[in-house]
Structures are given as C-alpha cells and as structure tokens.
Write a protein that binds this ligand. Sequence first.
Ligand code: NAP
Ligand code: MG
Length: 488
Amino acid sequence: MTLTFDPSTRLVIGGRSVESVSGATFATLNPATGQELAKVSEGSAEDMDRAVAAARDAFDNGPWGRMSPAERRGLLKRFALLVEANADELAMLESLEAGKPIFDTSTIDLPETVACLMWHAELADKVYDQASPSGPGVVSTIVREPIGVVGAVLPWNYPLMMAAWKIGPALAAGNTMVLKPAEQTSLSTIRIGELATEAGLPDGVLNVVPGFGETAGQALGLHTDVDCVGFTGSTEVGRMFLRYSADSNLKRVLLECGGKNPMVVMSDAEDLDKVAAAACESIFWNAGQNCSSNSRLLLHESVADDVLARIDEAMHEWIVGDPLDPETRVGAIIESAHMDKILGNIQKAKDEGATLRAGGGRTRVDSGGWFVEPTIFTEVSRDMTVAREEVFGPVLSVSTFAHADEGIAMANDTDYGLHASVFTSNVRSAHLAARMLKAGTVSINTYSEGDMSTPFGGYGLSGFGGRDNGVHAHEQYTETKTIWLDLA
Ligand code: NAP
Ligand code: MG
C-alpha cells in the first residue's frame, strides 16, 4: 500500500480554495526530518487585498452581520464540532509541520482548540449591553458592536491553538477575519479555513492567506480596510504592527509577545517533587518554544540542591524523539536557523561563565531534523544573556537567592512580564508574592497559564492592547458605542 500525503495548500478566500495571484509557492518542511512536506501557495499583498475585500464584503453586506448572536453561536458550534471531527488529521498535520509530539497535538493542542472555539461560540449570545445611570430624562445605552475586519497574524509554536484564541472571540463578537499563519506552519490553518466553509460559515467570514511576514503580513498590518490586528509572536515584529497602524488607519492592535518568565521557589515550598516536575514541564514542553515557559528558575538557597537533584530525576521523562512516536515528549525545533540560535545561546551561556549541568547539544542528527537536548545551566547571574534574553528553546537557567524579597526582585528584573510561578506553603506569602510579581498571569504551586476563561497576556514587552481568552478577549474585538436618547 502506498500512503499519500496530499494536504490542502491553497489560500481560502471568500469561502473558496484559490491559487495565489502570482502562482508562486514556497516549501514547508518537516522539522523532524528536514524534508519538504508540501509546496504552499504564497500569498502576496495583492492576495491580501482580495482576502480583505472578501472579509469586508462579508461584514458590510453578507448575512453574518445581520444574524442574531444565537444564529452565530449555532454556526460557530458547528464549526467547532467539525474541527473536533477532523482532530486526528489536524493533530497529524501540526506534528508533521511544527515537529510537535503527536502526544501533545492530540491530547492538548486539538482538544484545546476545539474547547476554545466552543467556549467563545457559547458566549456569542451571553454578553449583555449596558444602560448608564444618566437619570430619568434620558435613555442611554452602551452597546458593543463588532469592530469589522480583524486580521490575525500567527506564530508557529501552537499554530491552531493561537488561531483559535483569535478566531473564537473575534467571530463570536460578529467580526469577519483574515488569518496569516506563520510561514513554517500553514497547513492546519488552511485546513480549518476549509472546514469553516464546510460548517456553513458564510463566504468571506474566515479567510486564510499563507505567505511571508515581510509581504503578506505587512500588507495586512498596513491595510486601511482592516479594523483590528491580533498578533502573537516576537516583540520585535509586534512593534512593527504598532508602526503599521500608526502609518495607516490607526487600526486597533493587540499584541501577545515574548517572555522571560520566572519560577520562584521559596524556602518553605512544600512538595519539592512537584516543584521539579513543574520546572521541567514549563521549560521542556514544546521544546521550550513557548512564550509562557518559565525559563528562569530562582531557588531559595536552602532548597536549591534538593530541587536540582529532583530535576535530574524528573528530566528523564522528557524524552527527545520522533514527534510521531507516542512516547516522545520533546519534539523538533521549528527550523535549522532557530536551532542554531538556541545552540548559539547555549555557547554564550558557557562563555559568560554559567555552569552546564545537563544537555547542551544538538541531538538526533541522523534523523536529518533539528533537535536540541533539554539543557540546564546553574550559577546563572542576573546580567548573563541566558538570564535576560528569550531563548525560546529547552534551556533552563537556574539562580539562587537568600531572602524572599531578593527572589521577587530577581523575578521582576526583566523587561517582559507574561507569566510567573511561585512555590511556597505559606498562603500569605503566596498572595503577597502574587501581588508583587509583574506578570499577566501568576500561578501558585503549579505551572499554569490558566484556562479558557482566564485572560492571558503580558506586562511590559510581553504584550500590548489586550488579553487573549476569557470574556476580556471577546470584548477587545468590539467597539463601544453610546446611544443617547433625550426624553425631554
Ligand atoms: P515572529 O517572527 O514574530 O512571527 C510571528 C508572525 O509575524 C508570523 O506570522 C510572521 O510571518 C509574521 N511576521 C514576521 N515578520 C513580519 C513583518 N515584517 N511584518 C508583518 N508580519 C511579520 O514570531 P515567531 O517566530 O512566529 O514566534 C516566536 C515568538 O513569538 C517568540 O518570541 C514568542 O515568545 C512569541 N510568542 C508569544 C506568544 C504569546 O502569547 N505572548 C505566544 C506564542 C509565541 P513569517 O512566519 O512569514 O515570518
Ligand atoms: Mg519570516
């Protein structure tokens, strides 16, 4: 029997699968083998124009805007269920294209994608408008309206989950969308664009334009018919979207960017096995290619040796391997250039005097793919590059502190502020630390980003303009309008 791999590779515009105007394509690779998986249609600025026009038309003239929220809810639930029905195929696409373990894509990425779409679909007819306390002489209502055409510019680390975090709230709020997936991971996003049509979403409500950031992404950012852009990716590119907005139509910009997140372990942390497990999960999950990973482990000196010894044990569970092997917990790095960047950071940490305790090299070279060993540095001082810059790989930097206040100060000594964890058995110090840590999410005695119902986003260089997830995400894709009726 010959197995064929024939994924959809074209743009989705106006409910149809179409070629790019130029006919150009680009190769998408399997990070676990280095081999080409498929050739994807390359969307240009001209294709972005077509997609935005389709989204605009669907918003201004299509049935979407005239539907009741309950009707929208019904269609979006159908879409979520169709994604669920195709979860195996989508999980496989994500593993092949992003190098993510099939264990993760099938048990985390896809279930959470479906749950997110469903959660926001359900919200479509459950958020109320308001009346203001303006007195008996007026009827004053504050209504939330969809913004219009929302662009989403996506990263490669959780392709469908990050797409869902934008699609769920933006469509439930009544907007139409154009998605620009990361160049390394277009296939699963294209596929859900097709499933949206199959689920009965009106033509033009969800468009997908694969292509490069510098061309298709920039065209979306500068487009004067786009009312809002939701972006997840690096701080550097996030800044560009603020400039695009300033240079075009002042479109709303929502940024979810990087992090250099701390995990602070106090002297009274209760369960050090749990600490070790959480530390490993937070830095080795998705091979550390995760904006909320706790890449800085800050240990009170009284527990440091004990925690490190337990981490040495817990690390054995983080098996590097073929992403399609169900035993694998650490898959491939997204591309060779990113692997080289991670290895460069490892070399720099050594040069700057950090002590290499585990890992430190490339592995599985014979596979042709790009794999990096789970790596731990100890004796990392605050000024070292590995303590300051986001590596976005499986590289943990460990430092110690003598007093709780010093631990919190070290945790906050960063320009980022996405996520932080604190481990302590004292409820009062847990709450105090949670208040003092500068981060959009603080998890206590665990590593967690929260769930669908909790806002996710960052302070400082980690974000701008809003939050993903929760009712907050829904609201950020709406405009606020005051309607004032004088009864006199
Ligand atoms: P990236 O290089 O910033 O790319 C993100 C998206 O922006 C991609 O779709 C990219 O397209 C596009 N882009 C690149 N250059 C552009 C330009 N000049 N104009 C318009 N668009 C452009 O980030 P990444 O490498 O995909 O992801 C890694 C980064 O994302 C990390 O720093 C990580 O911390 C951050 N991240 C943050 C969160 C969060 O929730 N806060 C979540 C995940 C990741 P191309 O792919 O074609 O270059
Ligand atoms: Mg690029």
